[in-house]
Write a protein that binds this ligand. Structure first.
Ligand code: 6PG
Length: 248
């Protein structure tokens, strides 16, 4: 399915657009299926979204008691480490909203080796997210300057882990250079909806390559993401969309 492209004037407008979308999907999911399952990403772009969701009107608009929060990737660091994607969302959002702590599912547990943490997370996802493969209501993703998404990096063996849902990676080629745990394309593409949030002119050329360029998934892992039976939305600020052909 062709991706939908939504262009916001600037990064704050992108954050508002993303927060509006998340609140709408949460309400739709809970009224249709009794729960909202979301996978969060790390990086700097979603931080402003998390801050917004912690404030009115979003704080009251989201049915937090029926919302289950997962991560599509995280760094192999302690949960209180500033490099942790869990800590980013907990600090900017989760500790400020009335979500039952049990509904929050960090990828990493202390003392786990990474492969058993990945296997454990598959069990946790399967126990809360219906479908086979488990079908998240919404997965938020970012795109790195190299075209990676989640922790699926160019030319990495994890790009071909089609039979896996969650895998451990070697040390990342980008900062922070630590091992990661990541959803695979199989789990990402099972989602009802995937939303990329990308801001900044430094990403414009890569955004054009990924969206308008020839298919080169080994070089551009973000091109792997297109839910077979779901929707794909790119929410871009004007700067990141600056090199895109006109998208109606
Ligand atoms: C991570 C993220 C990663 C991120 C991109 C974009 O763990 O680093 O999940 O995939 O989404 O690198 O990051 P920015 O939003 O900071 O550009």
């Amino acid at each position: 399915m062709k991706p939908q492209i939504q262009i916001a004037d600037d990064a704050p407008a992108l954050a508002r657009q993303a927060a509006d979308l998340i609140a709408a999907r949460a309400q739709e999911a809970v009224s249709a299926r009794g729960r909202f399952t979301i996978g969060l990403s790390g990086g700097s772009t979603p931080r402003a979204v998390y801050d917004l969701l912690a404030q009115e009107p979003y704080r009251s608009a989201i049915p937090w008691d029926c919302t289950y929060v997962f991560w599509s990737d995280d760094r192999a660091v302690p949960l209180d480490d500033d490099r942790s994607n869990y800590k980013l969302a907990d600090t900017h959002l989760l500790r400020h909203v009335p979500i039952p702590r049990d509904n929050i599912k960090p990828m990493l547990r202390s003392g786990d080796d990474l492969d058993s943490a990945a296997r454990h997370y598959v069990r946790v996802v399967r126990s809360f997210v219906p479908g086979s493969p488990p079908r998240f209501d919404l997965l938020l993703l970012g795109m790195g300057p190299d075209g990676h998404t989640a922790s699926l990096f160019p030319h990495s063996p994890q790009l071909r882990a089609d039979d896996e849902l969650v895998v451990a990676t070697p040390e990342a080629p980008l900062e922070p250079h630590v091992r990661r745990i990541t959803f695979t394309k199989t789990l990402l593409n099972a989602a009802r909806e995937v939303v990329f949030l990308v801001a900044g002119g430094d990403k414009a050329a890569r955004v054009r390559q990924v969206i308008d360029g020839p298919r080169a998934t080994d070089d551009l892992p973000s091109q792997l993401i297109n839910p077979a039976d779901g929707s794909l939305i790119w929410v871009l600020d004007r700067a990141a969309a600056g090199e895109l052909a006109q998208h109606g």
